[in-house]
Design a protein around this ligand. Structure first.
Ligand code: DGL
Length: 272
């Protein structure tokens, strides 16, 4: 089997995998969650690069031909280096989630005021403002970023539905709005954050702000990529399977993953 690998530091990439499988159900998928080392978002560039490379190499050595880094932090800190130095592009491809999201922004915002919520690592990399600045847009863009260091831990620990999570949702949304009260588009620049979308929308209540999750954008971009790269699409097997591996305990992964997938799964543990 020649699979599509999907990688995240933890459970967040499942929001991307869900959307990809809805659009491209025919392919075979292998999901890797490095839950034992999540979150990545507060780690240094060197560590995020080392962990991401290890995961990408593991996926390539276990039957993947194409790997989606379904993590903004790893896309921001490691994707470019891996693409340039660590893979053989004649047989291996690695894609991230930031570029497709950035390309979708101009068609979503009406007034050009865009807010981005993300991990401290993604915000510090400045990847979103830098990539958005490269776009030729008719409307000038005003970009504000807000780091939300508590959101991934709340989600990874399963505490995100509790009332205590409201405090940290309001805190970061209020801080973002104090940077720019005119924001009409909020990009969830972390693949974990769709699980907080209801609370985020509640914190934005009364404002005409569209909250954008990345799943459908990334799925659409992958589908377009495969149309443009027929050789890679032809090399992928099409039995419609999906396997899950985690660096944590599979029992813990299985029970938490159902919050993201709404279906039972049976993950396997891996060691590097
Ligand atoms: N889902 C990852 C992202 O999109 C979370 C990173 C983390 O582990 O902190 O950035």
């Amino acid at each position: 089997m020649t699979k599509i690998g999907v990688f995240d530091s933890g459970y967040g990439g499942l929001t991307i995998l869900n959307a990809i499988r809805r659009q491209l159900p025919q392919y075979d998928y292998l999901y890797l969650g490095d839950n034992a080392r999540a979150p990545y978002g507060t780690r240094s560039f060197e560590v995020i690069y080392e962990y991401t490379l290890q995961a990408v190499q593991w996926l390539f050595s276990h039957g993947c031909r194409l790997v989606i880094i379904a993590c903004n932090t790893a896309s921001a800190k490691a994707l470019r280096t891996i693409q340039m130095h660590d893979i053989d592009p004649s047989i291996q491809r690695v894609l991230g989630v930031i570029r497709p999201t950035v390309e979708a922004v101009p068609s979503i915002t009406r007034n050009g005021h865009v807010g981005i919520v993300a991990t401290p690592g993604t915000v510090a990399s400045n990847s979103y403002p830098l990539e958005l600045a490269k776009l030729a847009t008719s409307l000038p863009l005003h970009i504000s970023q807000q780091a939300c260091p508590m959101w991934v831990p709340l989600i990874e620990s399963g505490e995100f539905r509790e009332a205590g999570a409201d405090y940290f949702v309001h805190k970061y949304i209020d801080e973002l709005l104090s940077q720019d009260a005119l924001i009409d588009t909020l990009i969830l620049g972390c693949t974990h954050y769709p699980l907080l979308k209801d609370k985020i929308d509640a914190a934005l209540s009364g404002r005409a702000v569209r909250t954008i999750a990345q799943g459908d954008i990334v799925a659409h971009s992958l589908s377009d990529y495969l149309r443009r790269h027929a050789d890679i699409a032809a090399a992928l097997s099409t039995e419609g399977t999906c396997e899950y591996v985690t660096t944590e305990s599979p029992d813990k992964f299985n029970s938490s993953a159902t919050l993201f997938l709404q279906e039972p799964i049976a993950a396997h543990h891996i060691d590097w």
